[in-house]
Design a protein around this ligand. Sequence first.
Ligand SMILES: CC(C)(COP(=O)(O)OP(=O)(O)OC[C@H]1O[C@@H](n2cnc3c(N)ncnc32)[C@H](O)[C@@H]1OP(=O)(O)O)[C@@H](O)C(=O)NCCC(=O)NCCS
Length: 170
Amino acid sequence: MLKIRQENIKDYKEVYNVIKTAFETAEHSNGNEQDLVVALRNGDGYIPELSLVAETNGQIVGYILFTKIIIGKYVELALAPLAVLPEYQKQGVGSKLIKEGHKIAKSLGYHYSIVLGSENYYSKFGYIPAIQYEIKSPFDVPNENFMAIKLNNTNIEVKGIVEYPKEFGI
Ligand SMILES: CC(C)(COP(=O)(O)OP(=O)(O)OC[C@H]1O[C@@H](n2cnc3c(N)ncnc32)[C@H](O)[C@@H]1OP(=O)(O)O)[C@@H](O)C(=O)NCCC(=O)NCCS
């Protein structure tokens, strides 16, 4: 049975290896995603409730992290990274991690999550080009790859250029 739960300190080493292994065969990778997570955990944007592992038979097979970003006056979320071990991919693990993450993010009151990634994948979970919400990337990227999802209905105007935590090096 696949279980999604909050990561704890004892998981750090296993999570590091899951991220490293998942991105070794990824289409887009800078090879540093596992180190980014180490840095983000120690940064101001870290939210323990949104650092989640997917576990089956006591083995961690997937990981997702949402960290704080700033859009205009508001603190919102960026999904990065999402990683599933190659032998567990295409079995719904990534989906479960995203859906559970969104549920928790909603309950914590965030309005938006943004992601940089494949439009074919993230559109399945409700992400659309962020530009449609007037949320803009601080770097050059095709509009279709810089996406956002509205998590909570709101009338507040969350618009502007995204400011990432310094750990992203942007
Ligand atoms: C991308 C990744 C997280 C997907 O995880 P996963 O557990 O295989 O995804 P799921 O099984 O939940 O897939 C859900 C749906 O997306 C599809 N899908 C899976 N990988 C996809 C991809 N790379 N591009 C487009 N669609 C994809 C599945 O076929 C499935 O479609 P369906 O619901 O119509 O059947 C995983 O392949 C991975 O870790 N890749 C390496 C790291 C990476 O690239 N991370 C993303 C960085 S932004």
